[in-house]
Design a protein around this ligand. Structure first.
Ligand code: SF4
Length: 281
């Protein structure tokens, strides 16, 4: 049985929050550079150039790449043979987020209650999903998820008879409706199957996969490729200024579902697509 100390997790989460906001992931940065070579609109190229410059400044000066420093969302893989000592895992994650957002001068975006709208003052609570896995490792996947892109996300319970065409039309309609409001170029996360709440989780989880990585199921990988092409033909472009780079990638996750159901969730992620991984071995 492996033991991991509460304070180790707090310190690691604190650093993850800062790194996520200062250091754009290599996969996103590389995708910006690649898009610069394929973007057809001059304005689109100019916006991509500014996004690259913005990421460079954030990294060099240790400042957040966007004023919206996001909701801290975690997917935790917790090994059956791993024990947290000195406190519980959820408290450790929340304490790490509070310290990271404070030390890193990151904006506090979370409120106590959706009706009274009072800020909690430390960007907690984090949204934490726990998956139990074999072994004695603890792996934390973290994203600082921007509010604008989250607001333009959606879920629909389609009918099985809507089929693949119904799924594609729904996804395209959501991206079209989002237009500039989700801060493109986007990473489009899609969940198909499960049930109402599981489908939304699948869409979120898909966003944790690095840009360029295709799904292991060839049929799903083909759907991802097809959607990238169709979304980029919508002409929304970088920051909605027009162009051929509306999505840097499309990720699809699928799961079993009820015979009468076809849930589809679209979780949009903006160009400030921030994710971090930490493993406690
Ligand atoms: S949606 Fe993303 S890019 Fe837009 S303001 Fe929020 S974090 Fe920034």
């Amino acid at each position: 049985m492996k033991e991991i100390y509460y304070e180790e997790i707090v310190n690691e989460v604190k650093e993850m929050c800062k790194r996520a906001n200062y250091d754009l992931g290599e996969d996103v940065y590389t995708a910006f550079k690649r898009a610069l070579t394929t973007e057809r609109s001059e304005t689109g190229k100019e916006v991509l150039t500014q996004l690259i410059e913005n990421a460079d400044i954030a990294k060099a000066e240790r400042v957040p790449m966007c004023q919206d420093t996001g909701t801290a969302v975690f997917i935790v893989e917790l090994g059956h043979d791993c024990r947290i000592v000195g406190g519980n895992l959820l408290d450790a994650i929340n304490e790490g987020v509070a310290r990271g957002y404070d030390e890193g001068y990151l904006r506090n975006s979370m409120i106590y209650h959706p009706l009274n709208r009072k800020n909690t003052g430390n960007n907690t609570p984090a949204i934490v999903h726990i998956e139990l896995v074999e072994g004695e490792e603890l792996t934390l996947h973290m994203t600082a998820k921007g509010g604008g892109a989250e607001n333009m996300s959606a879920l629909k319970m389609l009918k099985p008879s809507d089929g693949i065409e119904g799924i594609k039309n729904y996804i395209l309609s959501i991206v079209k409706e989002a237009g500039p409001n989700a801060c493109p170029p986007l990473i489009v996360g899609i969940g198909i199957g499960g049930n109402f709440e599981r489908c939304a989780y699948l869409a979120k989880k898909s966003l944790f996969r690095p840009i360029g990585e295709r799904h292991e199921d060839p049929a799903v990988a083909e759907l991802e490729e097809e959607l990238i092409g169709e979304i980029n033909r919508l002409g929304i472009g970088p920051q909605g200024m027009g162009g051929s780079t509306t999505a840097l990638d499309v990720k699809v996750e699928v799961e079993s579902c009820h015979i009468a159901a076809l849930p589809v969730a679209v979780n949009l992620n903006c160009h400030a697509s921030r994710h971090q991984i930490s493993m406690f071995k």
